[in-house]
Design a binder for this molecule. Structure first.
Ligand code: AMP
Ligand code: ZN
Length: 120
């Protein structure tokens, strides 16, 4: 697995080569607002390395994915998702064509805010 794909839009966003509305960044992870939000709050959490999808995940990725999962509730709260259980959020990861994945760089959608939503 290569660390960065020069043709990948999310690799370019993680490197700041394509502008985005940043939510969070550290050495391994980047989060930014979805350009086409389904709900009042909709951001994407991605690994900086070019990991294609959940179908490409193995044991070696467990620490990275564990860190990303631990970030989800923190970032959801930071971005304004109301507290559990009345608030909360939806966490979605599309994988492959049947899974509805459009961008081939692993991303977790974090979607929330008061309903109704446009989608989801
Ligand atoms: P998926 O269908 O799960 O692959 O989702 C891809 C998501 O990336 C969609 O919700 C798009 O709106 C979003 N997206 C595509 N290009 C950009 C971009 N340049 N900045 C922010 N979000 C994007
Ligand atoms: Zn990529």
């Amino acid at each position: 697995m290569s660390h960065s794909d020069p043709n990948c839009i999310f690799c370019k966003i993680a490197k700041g080569e394509i502008p985005s509305r940043k939510v969070y960044e550290d050495d391994d992870v980047f989060a930014f607002h979805d350009i086409n939000p389904w709900a009042p709050i909709h951001f994407l959490l991605i690994p900086k390395q070019h990991l294609i999808s959940m179908a490409h995940v193995d044991e070696s990725h467990a620490p990275l994915l564990g860190r990303m999962m631990a970030l989800v509730p923190k970032l959801a709260q930071q971005e304004g998702c109301r507290p559990y259980p009345d608030g909360g959020f939806r966490l979605v990861t599309n994988t492959g064509a049947d899974g509805g994945q459009e961008v081939r760089h692993l991303h977790f959608h974090v979607i929330g805010g008061p309903r109704p939503w446009l989608k989801g």
